[in-house]
Write a protein that binds this ligand. Sequence first.
Ligand SMILES: *[C@@H]1O[C@H](CO)[C@@H](O)[C@H](O)[C@H]1NC(C)=O
Ligand SMILES: *[C@@H]1O[C@H](CO)[C@@H](O)[C@H](O)[C@H]1NC(C)=O
Ligand SMILES: *[C@@H]1O[C@H](CO)[C@@H](O)[C@H](O)[C@H]1NC(C)=O
Ligand SMILES: *[C@@H]1O[C@H](CO)[C@@H](O)[C@H](O)[C@H]1NC(C)=O
Ligand SMILES: *[C@@H]1O[C@H](CO)[C@@H](O)[C@H](O)[C@H]1NC(C)=O
Length: 476
Amino acid sequence: MWTRYMILILSYLITEMWMERQHLSLRDVEPGADLTRNHTLREGTRFKRVVFEGQYCRNFGCCEARDDDCVTQFYEAKALCYCDAFCERENSDCCPDYKSFCREEKEWPLHIKPWHPEGCHRDGQHYEEGSVIKENCNSCTCSGQQWKCSQHVCLVQPGLIEHINKGDYGWTAQNYSQFWGMTLEEGFRHRLGTLPPSPVLLSMHEVTASLPTTTDLPEFFVASYKWPGWTHGPLDQKNCAASWAFSTASVAADRIAIQSKGQYTANLSPQNLISCCAKKRHGCSSGSIDRAWWYLRKRGLVSHACYPLFKDQNATNNSCAMASRSDGRGKRHATKPCPNSIEKSNRIYQCSPPYRVSSEETEIMKEIIQNGPVQAIMQVHEDFFSYKTGIYRHVTSPSGESEKYQKLRTHAVKLTGWGTLRGASGRKEKFWIAANSWGKSWGENGYFRILRGVNESDIEKLIIAAWGQVTGADEP
Ligand SMILES: *[C@@H]1O[C@H](CO)[C@@H](O)[C@H](O)[C@H]1NC(C)=O
Ligand SMILES: *[C@@H]1O[C@H](CO)[C@@H](O)[C@H](O)[C@H]1NC(C)=O
Ligand SMILES: *[C@@H]1O[C@H](CO)[C@@H](O)[C@H](O)[C@H]1NC(C)=O
Ligand SMILES: *[C@@H]1O[C@H](CO)[C@@H](O)[C@H](O)[C@H]1NC(C)=O
Ligand SMILES: *[C@@H]1O[C@H](CO)[C@@H](O)[C@H](O)[C@H]1NC(C)=O
């Protein structure tokens, strides 16, 4: 049996102990201060360690058998002392109250696992005072043996997800790892990014599609089935609040491909809009769709392949890398090569002025089936972020936090089709198919379905479309 390094001996033993320490200490003990003590040691009471005041094992707990972690700070000696059975010997490193508390007062419960009087615990781990950990979107600091956490509402709310998935709402929710750790405010601030439509936009005259009203509309329609290879799937805006740019570029690209009958099928560059259209501020902090359409008409965009998304939207050198000028014959040309070495074509694509489509469900359907996908403005609620599959309808959250972010809630998406399906409560429900810009891991491969014909989340409030400008010179 080994003897431990002895701490709590009387002063006249110090010299002996210093010699013993080198080979006897098998505990990984940091002896701390030297053994100059300044306590109320009584003369002549050689082994009466209990005269030390204070509670050690009483606070810490007692451990059966040898347990080198069963150690606590012995303040009076600026050292460590033990409360395990192994310390049970004369001249040992037991805490002063080991005998009185652990041996003689067995009615006290044994702490098999010692708890630490200092610091905090979480998931079986011990944290020092002042430690900071992240709990979803909140940070918690260990202070006074308790976790004190910030009180933000998080973008991922497990309670809300459970509520939706237990209910019969016609859609299911998912805990998205890309949203975990964000606050709800950050979600509204960085994942959407369309300014509320201006009065000018809202007072735009509605255009009705030229299809006769008697035309039968199919029960199910998907733009990519009618125009395979001519429509474009969802990109990922990440934390760049630029749905204004993503939705506009995507609708314009689809329509140019459809209108050119497949001659120009390139996807258009949202980064071109983000970096070049928003003059005064960076386009990742929201923008207006009027401005985006203005840019498509007046300046034009290059393809997404030519001007791809920047990995770091926060980089300071994200200045506009593309400009165009007119050739005097109604066509614009890029003045610089693509800002990447792979793509050579820096062709500029332009659109006609945008027009507003009626909010009538059948008018929207006619516009899509005849001319291609349209842009829709919607109001996002906090439950929408967790949409996974089904027909979305807003489910009220107990926190009702969305209301605080009224100014940040406008989002722009692309409507690409419609259908009907047995949804909530087994009822037959009509839906739109829409492309979001949160990547393909979100929703139904980047798309979502949403109730149709009831202005769900204002999805039918403002529908915008435009014609591709396929000039004479471009015609085959
Ligand atoms: C010992 O105690 C005295 C009086 O309480 C104090 O002045 C002195 O600084 C102490 N010495 C040490 C080494 O703590
Ligand atoms: C949600 O996802 C995050 C990250 O993927 C994970 O850490 C967390 O435990 C999940 N929460 C729930 C309630 O499933
Ligand atoms: C980008 O900058 C904004 C504002 O300075 C900041 O809130 C955000 O966290 C940054 N994003 C990244 C990915 O660094
Ligand atoms: C922007 O800066 C980063 C880091 O300094 C650099 O790696 C990158 O090449 C720069 N991009 C451009 C377009 O200059
Ligand atoms: C949709 O709802 C919004 C907000 O309630 C309203 O302003 C708008 O007029 C509605 N649009 C239609 C077509 O019902």
